[in-house]
Design a protein around this ligand. Structure first.
Ligand SMILES: Cc1cc2nc3c(=O)[nH]c(=O)nc-3n(C[C@H](O)[C@H](O)[C@H](O)COP(=O)(O)OP(=O)(O)OC[C@H]3O[C@@H](n4cnc5c(N)ncnc54)[C@H](O)[C@@H]3O)c2cc1C
Length: 606
């Protein structure tokens, strides 16, 4: 085969993924008159970003003027248990207000305060009301705005086109091979730089808020091309996913419910979160229901209620209540906003939640509590990048958004993903433009590499018999759910790793025996190649981190260990297979360290 037979498209910069990060990166490139293309596994605008509910975090200070970037930075570092890349957290806190204002200039209509400013709501781990929002449909407004703006910048979008692998010339990016999902035909993108913005890999778990696209494709492609992954042990279990009916288990219930006053109750009707306040957060958390209510009503002297502790803390508390026999009938907890807010308020502030429960569970949340439990939601870990340019270790390969790691450390605060997408999407676009400006040589996509990728992708179509990809995916999800779950032990993780190794040989023998055209079985078989890398990377990193920190809880290594602060874990492809190793963290500047450890009173004065 000669690649001249394959459809070829050329762009200076190619972006993989049309969520918030990918589109923002594309806009940054187009602003500098670069020939920019976006490819997306699904339709433009159909991404995780559109599903985002609660809001986007930025210290605009519209609702509480004491807020500023330093307090946002401090909250983010504390939420991430001090494992975040300091520089990323700094850039994020400083630049997110500008990115939100810019969205407004591009046409996003956020909810307003009485004074006509962008309204901001409370969320877990954020000291002040900080989340700009549009009811509980914030992602829809963000993606609509970005999408409209992107189309008017003349950016080429290639939809329902799945990236398979990156092509390199002497170690630098030279192209990417993809296929059209509709026809199954291959397409070669020749490009000088690639920005991966493919989102997370939640579909490696059985109970997840993630949709079908999130199979860790960017992680797999980056790993295969020689980039490192970082912080993969930190997978966020959001405390409130639907637990009933079984067909919708895992679908997200926004933290906005708690931000707007919802409380968690056990089967005895007790508001149990008061029993789970960690020492570190006790001075900033209300210790009575009355104080929590005063805080919600805007009393600046009161402290926030314990339902708004970070997600890791709340998810573990629900799990403990269930284990103690105080769970709800379907194995979760009750989330009650009905007895706290009027029906009008709930319908206005949480319209999607109202409809979601009405349609899917036949429950009216203005009258009854919801049943909720933890669901795999977000990857703190991802592709390792330079904080300022978002470049990976592979020249010409960039990553941003959920598929990039480092910004959130051991645990992400709600709302910090949407702002991450915009801040680092822009920086990745700027980084890629700067990179291609300095390339003088002509880059080659080697025929033999293209043939190898096509052979790997099509062998499952040639076999007469073999394993069903859907059943293997289910097996993988069960392993991750049972062995690499919300709480972990070394033994369970090692057994999980062994089982994943067995699955690798099952994957080698997958058969879909049909044409590549309109073939979801083939799509599933191809996704497995990335899912297994994602699952193995999480498991190996989780084995290596022998402490409990943020979203990573080891029953055999309780609590945070001091030395755990000194390293991050990276994952790399070697001749011996996948290797996880500890790398020493770089020291922050004196100024950042001081801000992260300052008292709120000191920072509020700034
Ligand atoms: C239900 C829900 C609610 C949420 N609410 C909030 C919230 O209120 N606030 C907040 O900050 N965060 C929230 N999050 C998290 C946040 O929405 C995501 O982390 C974020 O949108 C990820 O954006 P992204 O641009 O990195 O990727 P995504 O928006 O996930 O987009 C990924 C893109 O990559 C494409 N893609 C993937 N693989 C390939 C491939 N092989 N080839 C081509 N294209 C590919 C996909 O088709 C898609 O276009 C929520 C998440 C969920 C699931």
């Amino acid at each position: 085969m000669d690649y001249s037979d394959i459809q070829t498209i050329e762009h200076d910069v190619l972006i993989v993924g049309a969520g918030g990060a990918g589109i923002r990166a594309a806009i940054a490139c187009a602003h500098q008159n670069i020939n920019t293309g976006i490819i997306s596994k699904s339709l433009l605008g159909k991404a995780h970003t559109v599903m985002a509910e609660g809001g986007i975090a930025a210290s605009l200070g519209n609702v509480d003027s004491r807020d500023n970037w330093k307090i946002h930075f401090r909250d983010t570092m504390r939420g991430g248990k001090f494992l975040n890349q300091w520089r990323m957290a700094e850039l994020h806190a400083k630049q997110s207000p500008d990115r939100v204002q810019e969205l407004e200039e591009w046409g996003a209509v956020f909810d307003r305060t009485d004074k006509g400013l962008i309204n901001q709501r409370n969320f877990g781990g954020h000291r002040y009301p900080r989340l700009a929002h549009v009811g509980d449909r914030t992602g829809l407004e963000i993606i609509r705005t970005l999408q409209d703006f992107c189309v008017h910048q003349g950016i080429s979008t290639h939809m329902e086109c799945t990236a398979l692998d990156i092509l390199l010339d002497s170690g630098s990016v030279s192209g990417l091979l993809a296929y059209w999902r509709e026809t199954g035909r291959f397409v070669l993108f020749k490009t000088k730089a690639i920005i991966l913005a493919t989102g997370g890999g939640g579909k490696a778990w059985k109970v997840t808020s993630n949709s079908w696209e999130y199979t860790g494709d960017g992680l797999g492609m980056a790993y295969r091309s020689g980039a490192e992954l970082i912080d993969m042990e930190f997978t966020q279990f959001h405390p409130t996913g639907m637990v009933w009916p079984p067909s919708v288990k895992g679908i997200l219930v926004t933290e906005g419910v708690r931000g707007d006053g919802g409380v968690l109750l056990n089967s005895d009707g007790d508001r149990f979160m008061f029993n789970y306040i960690p020492e570190k957060f006790s001075s900033e958390t209300a210790d009575t229901e009355e104080e929590g209510m005063r805080w919600l009503n805007g009393d600046k002297e009161a402290r926030r209620p314990p339902e708004l502790l970070t997600r890791d803390v709340v998810a573990r508390a629900i799990k403990k209540e269930v284990e103690a026999g105080r769970g709800s009938p379907s194995g979760g907890a009750f989330l009650d906003i009905a007895s706290r807010r009027s029906a009008n308020f709930i319908k206005r502030k949480l319209p999607s939640m109202y409809h979601q429960f009405k349609e899917l569970a036949e429950i009216d949340i203005t009258e009854k509590p919801m049943e909720v439990g933890p669901t795999l939601h977000y990857f703190m870990g991802g592709i390792r990048v330079d904080s300022d340019t978002q470049q990976t270790a592979v020249p010409g390969l960039f990553a941003c958004g959920e598929c990039a790691g480092g910004m959130h450390g051991a645990n992400r605060l709600g709302g910090n993903s949407l702002s991450d997408l915009l801040v680092f999407g822009k920086l990745a676009g700027d980084g890629a433009v700067n990179y291609i400006d300095n390339i003088s040589k002509n880059l080659i996509c080697k025929n033999e590499d293209i043939v190898k990728i096509i052979k790997n992708a099509t062998e499952v179509l040639m076999r007469d018999e073999g394993n069903n990809p859907y059943l293997i995916h289910e097996k993988l999800q069960n392993i991750m759910q049972n062995n690499v779950g919300i709480v972990r032990t070394g033994e369970e993780l090692s057994v999980g790793l062994e089982k994943l190794n067995e699955i690798k040989s099952d994957i080698k023998n997958v058969c879909v025996n049909a044409s590549a055209q309109y073939n979801p079985g083939w799509n599933e078989a191809l996704d497995l190649k990335n899912l297994i890398i994602t699952a193995e990377a999480v498991t190996r990193a989780a084995i290596l981190r022998e402490e409990s920190r943020g979203a990573h809880t080891r029953l055999d290594f309780e609590g945070e260990h001091k030395e755990g602060l000194e390293y991050n874990i990276t994952i790399q492809k070697t001749d011996l297979g996948m290797v996880a190793k500890k790398i020493t963290r770089t020291k922050p500047s004196e100024e950042l360290e001081k801000i992260a450890n300052a008292s709120l009173e000191e920072l509020e004065k700034i």
